[in-house]
Design a protein around this ligand. Sequence first.
Ligand code: SF4
Length: 57
Amino acid sequence: MIKIDKKYCPENHLCPTKRICPVGAIKQVAFEAPTVDQAKCTDCGKCIRTCRVFKKA
Ligand code: SF4
């Protein structure tokens, strides 16, 4: 399971990590911190290696 650590997200740009998620589990509303759709996430770990906002829960 992936959790979001909002304190590392400046919330001032489109989330670049969205593009690297192979199953489209990362969602973002405007420039807000991203969220992870746990039903879609396969726990591959790519987002964790890309941005510290994403943490293993
Ligand atoms: S762990 Fe993989 S599948 Fe889950 S949100 Fe991160 S990149 Fe997407």
